[in-house]
Design a protein around this ligand. Sequence first.
Ligand code: BEZ
Length: 201
Amino acid sequence: MRLHQSPASPFVRKVVVVLKETGQEGDVALVTATGTPVNPDAMPVALNPLGKIPTLERDDGPALYDSRVICRYLDDRAGGKLYPAGPRLWETLTLEATADGISDAAVLMRYETAVRPADRQWPDWLDGQWAKIARSLDALESRWISHLSGPLDIGQIAVGCALGYLDFRHAARDWRSGRPALAGWYAAFATRPSMAATAPV
Ligand code: BEZ
């Protein structure tokens, strides 16, 4: 299989962490995609009409996207340990959606400042994206620490990758301020070998 990717993407990082946690890293070759939403030529548009990464090219079936589909496929392929059975599944998927929403907003903020011409940037829009992130971080701090501290699942991996991306691209926003429990959880989670090996640089 071939994973179309960019190492800076928190969504790609989710997939690579899942590959490592499920022992399938050797089954997937990494192919770097260098495009952007305004220059999709270097993105895998023939495999994924959205031209987005991560996209997983398979030998025995159509390409898979997005990160939620790929992670679930890879976990299933490995015998399944990252998606709990019973009612906890819905908590796990909601936690993953919350984390992916943080990553979505954070990547949009990055494109707004790094890709959009400076004279067309809109500070109110940036503030609106950060407000989504801040509300979600507050929810993680107040409601999700118990789940985050339980057995490893895809929700935790998604949160770890989202927080890592905030450190990478939005460090000046200081997401840890006022969120000591989440900061403490992340400090420990970031030492997992799968996370330490995939930190964006
Ligand atoms: C980044 O450079 O921040 C980035 C690159 C690709 C996808 C998402 C984010």
